[in-house]
Write a protein that binds this ligand. Structure first.
Ligand code: HEM
Length: 488
């Protein structure tokens, strides 16, 4: 009997077969501090490559069920701690074809035409930079992406070394990226700070939730203003190459996004001056850009950061219909309008269909562990691919940003819709709203963004805040079922 994907609030035990065959990181994010991403282009021998994938899947790939069974985080009791590796394997449409799979015309449901065309084909629609300006490793074809995550950087380095050496016999490693979690000084019960991104804002707060255990935890703050529950069908699709009724996968969008932190902060200071903000009130400028203060407090609910450690996500914009508290262009209002109508014709339910599950991790920065890991992975790639080290160092170590990754059922209706029709669209959610100041890509347009001088007051000023995030390259992937990988 096939499973019911329209359900949310799911009990783990009812979906065990599906969860055992589904890769981890989709329905719940990995929480590990470090990640290594290995991008592959298969060499000619498809049989040898398939054999390698089978072996890799058997030894490394983490199932959703395993992820739920294992405590993810280190225990306070150090005797309970031992290093663990979490791994994914994703294929691009080009990768399926290189392995000898007939995709075109054979399967009506799979793959989607967006996935088949690949990210480069949508450059004009997504307003992405010309491909010759993408990072070298993203310019050519990419067949597969291996994602490894662990809490200890040294252990991850060893594991990545083993995997990279083995895979280099069947594939060329065209690119590697190293991610690491950034934290603020707000220590939580697990002894670590809250997770943030490079501009300094808390990240990973608002996500679609699937499991009863996650939903119940979140419901303590209520769900009458915003319900984070999502049906499995928001992210899962049947894997037609899987071995059974319970074989599912998910489409994955990967984009390396470089952040100009200095430029962002300078512009933020200029906005402080433009709005005449003084003292503690100055922090409102950044909050008007993101829609949350740096500590995560939603600006539509409060005119200052509350320093609250609880996740505040039960809100919408029904009491802020003129955008006087949270501007219409703010990053979280653009990417999740929560029922905002403006000139939009979509109902709340329709808007909710565009949601994505974000699994991004920052890259770059000054942490010694991260720098050692990045340079070790780069050196190894240099050794395995005979590329000049200097070229790799410049290519991979430059700057800081976000290794953006999201899962969904339908790339066109979810990530692409969000990026094209909301984030990059000057006239969403209403005429002359302006671009999303964080994720907006494309030509800077005059006018648009308007910022209220005082919280909740009508007087607004025009000011352009754009172009501090630049796309470096990416690709569309599919996260196949584990039974497909094990029998490929
Ligand atoms: C470097 C680039 C980016 C940065 C620094 C960034 C930062 C943030 C931050 C700080 C939040 C608030 C925390 C939270 O609610 O989880 C957030 C939320 C969000 N971001 Fe981004 N983001 C980036 C790119 C993107 C892109 C490209 C997209 C999709 C097109 C996106 C979609 C979202 C969504 C859907 C939310 C949750 C909104 C909500 O439900 O209220 N972000 N982002």
């Amino acid at each position: 009997m096939s499973v019911d994907l329209t359900k949310t609030n799911i009990e783990v035990k009812e979906y065990q077969l599906l969860l055992e065959d589904l890769q981890g990181n989709i329905l719940q994010g990995y929480e590990q501090d470090y990640a290594v991403q290995i991008f592959l282009k298969f060499e000619s021998d498809a049989q040898a490559t398939r054999q390698w994938i089978r072996d890799f899947a058997a030894e490394f790939v983490t199932s959703a069920q395993h992820q739920l069974n294992e405590p993810q985080k280190y225990s306070q009791d150090s005797s309970q701690n031992f290093p663990k590796l979490w791994a994914n394997f994703f294929l691009s449409a080009h990768g399926y074809q290189a392995l000898g799979f007939e995709l075109k015309g054979k399967r009506l449901q799979f793959p989607s035409w967006t996935f088949l065309a690949g990210m480069k084909a949508f450059k004009p629609i997504l307003s992405d930079p010309p491909i010759d300006q993408w990072q070298d490793g993203f310019r050519g074809d990419i067949d597969a992406l291996i994602l490894l995550a662990a809490d200890q950087s040294e252990y991850l380095q060893q594991q990545a070394k083993t995997v990279m050496k083995a895979v280099s016999h069947v594939a060329c490693i065209v690119n590697t990226e190293v991610g690491h979690i950034l934290r603020n000084a707000q220590i939580q019960p697990n002894g670590k700070g809250q997770t943030i991104e490079h501009f300094g804002f808390r990240d990973g707060i608002s996500q679609p939730l699937f499991f009863k255990q996650d939903i119940e935890q979140r419901q303590q703050q209520g769900n009458d203003q915003w319900d984070a529950c999502a049906p499995l069908e928001l992210v899962l699709v049947k894997d037609p190459f899987g071995q059974g009724e319970n074989s599912y996968g998910s489409y994955c969008v990967y984009r390396k996004l470089k952040q100009d932190v200095q430029g962002f902060r300078q512009r933020e200071k200029q906005l402080v001056q433009k709005l005449g903000l003084t003292g503690n009130d100055a922090e409102r400028a950044g909050a008007l850009v993101i829609g949350r203060f740096r500590d995560g407090t939603p600006i539509t609910l409060s005119n200052s950061g509350q320093g609250d450690t609880t996740i505040v996500n039960n809100f919408n914009y029904a009491d802020d219909t003129e955008g006087t508290k949270c501007p219409f262009h703010a990053h979280i209002r653009k990417t999740n309008p929560r029922g905002d109508r403006g000139d939009s014709v979509e109902s709340l339910e329709e808007q909710r269909q565009h949601r994505i599950v974000r699994r991004a991790i920052p890259y770059g920065g000054t942490s010694p562990e991260q720098q050692i890991l990045t340079s070790a992975i780069s050196r190894l790639r240099e050794h395995l691919t005979s590329l000049p080290h200097e070229a790799l160092r410049v290519e991979n170590n430059e700057g800081v940003g976000l290794l953006f990754l999201c899962f969904q059922r339908d790339i066109f209706n979810q990530f692409m819709f969000m990026q094209k029709s909301w984030v990059n669209q000057k006239n969403f959610v209403k005429y002359d709203t302006g671009l999303d100041p964080v994720a907006g890509q494309g030509k800077q347009l005059d006018g648009g963004q308007k910022w209220s001088k005082e919280w909740g007051q009508e007087e607004k000023v025009s000011f352009e805040f754009n172009n501090f995030v630049r796309m470096q390259g990416g690709e569309f992937f599919f996260a196949p079922s584990i039974s497909f990988l094990a029998n490929i």
